[in-house]
Write a protein that binds this ligand. Structure first.
Ligand code: B12
Ligand code: SF4
Length: 475
């Protein structure tokens, strides 16, 4: 029997393996289906259009943002050419706005939440020409165009799903295009946190779903012997949640002699709970970088966004990281709805202090970007929150913009200058003639005083001039 071709498309053009598509493709019966994963990062639209010509079904993964509109346009073109091809959307955006997605003429079916159990059932029903209205987790368009939202699919234990089959994509091609042998892998889904600016609790309701440590080690061992990667980038939203699992994973890496560096996301309160012994073991097993979403240096704001973390957690964690020489990328956000100037200043002060403590810590300062669907929207009232009415509007949800409707223009300028001065104030690789400019920038950062910034122009000019002898920002 001829296999049925399933094309799975990721419209993101960033250099990250399409783990969502690998996940749903891995559970499909390979004797029955021919699976083709296509990714904007590697393939152009023409290639996708060619691939779907003889396909049985097209599945698309979407994240909130302008890529949704690009994916929609491509699906509209495909639908025109292949009106009978079922098009299924899944991923975070579909989970948040399933009806809005399926109301689009080009999209037939939406999947809410994990796709591993729902997608095979959808394919089966299409094949047998059965109704999809009984499949949990699925949103369907009827012949008259109305949309039916089925009950949610109860969240399954992800240990029951098949291992992710990386041979469904050309991993070497990704390494080459990225310029590094970095492999992405995910060891858990969901997050126990309840932060109200984040979509995790909205979709998975504070549920954290880990793979067993033994399975993680076994799979990574297999991937390491297949692909010989140098870096493992863990995509979990919250990798360091369970200490026993951390011990087992680190020990597993060591006993199997797995020789790579790895990175993962850590909450500051988890860092406080992790003892030095465990940090030492994690470091020995290859942990080199943690990514901390601290979000704010103001306790009032941390409480408002329900981060359930305090500043002592941060100082305790960074001290341990410094001791074990583990790099940290610590992310902050300013410009939350209603955030006071004092709160913003507190955040800038914490960032400056972190840089002063350890130039190995990289701090990132973002301005708050409104994301449709988060619960903070309800807490802060509707004022200033744009209401998403159709997918087309996502073109205007400019996620790359630093502009923010909750920050005044003078605050935005101050934040811009803060970041500029911070970019060289604590660098260790600059020639000695830079010292006076660095001292001045530190003074400015200490006093949060950024007026008459001619020195910044001079510093930027010198930095540009000295680029060939300076090896970049070593922080
Ligand atoms: C890797 C990653 C990226 C990668 C690529 C992700 C991709 N193409 O899916 C890149 C770097 C491009 C990226 C970018 C951004 N990301 Co991101 N990202 C992640 C991360 C860390 C891992 C995603 C992943 O691979 N998960 C593993 C897979 C197996 O799970 P999954 O994606 O949930 O897929 C399952 C289901 O959703 C479903 N499913 C998914 N697709 C499909 C398709 C079909 C057909 C079916 C049936 C089912 C299905 O089944 C899958 C298996 O269970 C997640 C957090 C997380 N841990 O999930 C954030 C996350 C998805 N990103 C997020 C955000 C906010 C962003 C950015 C806006 C960041 C920014 N500020 O710029 C941008 C958005 C850019 C854009 N619009 O394209 C949010 C989601 C926001 C949203 N509403 O969509 C998340 C949840 C992080 C968070 N907690 O805030 N991201
Ligand atoms: S911001 Fe991070 S810790 Fe908070 S809910 Fe989202 S993923 Fe979890």
């Amino acid at each position: 029997m001829k296999k049925k071709k399933i094309v799975l498309y990721d419209p993101s053009s960033l250099a990250i393996l399409p783990l969502a598509l690998i996940a749903i493709a891995s559970v499909l019966n390979k004797d029955k289906y021919e699976i083709k994963i296509v990714h904007k990062f590697i393939h152009d639209d023409e290639y996708v259009i060619r691939q779907v010509k003889d396909a049985f079904c097209l599945g698309v993964t979407v994240l909130t943002g302008p890529t949704v509109v690009n994916a929609l346009r491509l699906c509209q073109t495909i639908k025109k050419q292949n009106p009978n091809l079922p098009i299924v959307w899944g991923g975070w955006h579909t989970s948040l706005f399933p009806e809005m997605c399926v109301q689009e003429e080009a999209i037939d079916i939406g999947v809410v939440g994990l796709g591993e159990s729902t997608f095979p059932k959808i394919l089966q029903c299409i094949e047998e020409n059965k109704t999809l209205e009984t499949i949990p987790g699925c949103v369907v368009k009827r012949y008259n165009g109305s949309v039916v939202v089925n009950e949610n699919d109860p969240i399954k234990d992800i240990n029951t799903f098949d291992r992710h089959d990386y041979s469904l994509v050309d991993v070497e091609e990704y390494f080459q295009k990225k310029g590094s042998r970095t492999l992405e892998y995910i060891t858990s889904r969901g997050c126990p946190g309840r932060c109200n600016f984040c979509v995790e609790p909205v979709i998975y309701g504070k549920k954290w779903m880990p793979l067993h440590a033994k399975r993680v080690v076994k799979e990574i061992n297999h991937l390491y012997s297949t692909y010989k990667f140098s870096n493992l980038s863990l995509q979990d939203d919250n990798f360091f949640t369970n200490k026993k699992r951390l011990y087992e994973i680190a020990e597993g890496f060591l006993t199997n002699n797995l020789n790579f560096n790895w990175s993962g996301t850590l909450r500051a309160d988890q860092g406080r709970r992790i003892e030095n012994d465990l940090f030492a073991l994690l470091k020995k097993s290859g942990l080199r970088t943690v990514i901390i979403g601290m979000e704010s240096g103001s306790q009032k704001t941390l409480d408002h966004i329900q981060k359930d973390t305090n500043l002592n957690d941060l100082w305790n964690t960074v001290e341990k990281l410094r001791k074990h020489k583990i790099r940290a990328i610590i992310n902050f956000i300013v410009g939350f709805p209603g955030e006071s100037s004092e709160s913003i200043r507190e955040t800038l002060e914490v960032i400056r202090e972190l840089k002063a403590i350890n130039s190995n810590f990289k701090t990132e300062l973002f301005t708050f970007r409104y994301f449709p669907g988060v619960t903070l929207q309800n807490i802060s009232g509707k004022e200033h929150w744009p209401d998403l009415k159709s997918l087309e509007e996502l073109d205007y949800f400019d996620i790359s913009s630093t502009k923010n409707r909750w920050l005044s223009s003078s605050q935005q300028k101050e934040i811009f200058l803060f970041k500029q001065y911070l970019s060289y104030a604590y660098r260790k690789d600059l020639p000695s003639f830079f010292k006076p400019l660095m001292n001045l920038s530190r003074w400015r950062l200490n006093n949060l005083y950024f007026k008459f910034s001619l020195d910044l122009i001079l510093a930027r000019f010198l930095l540009w001039q000295t680029t060939p002898i300076v090896q970049g920002d070593k922080d």
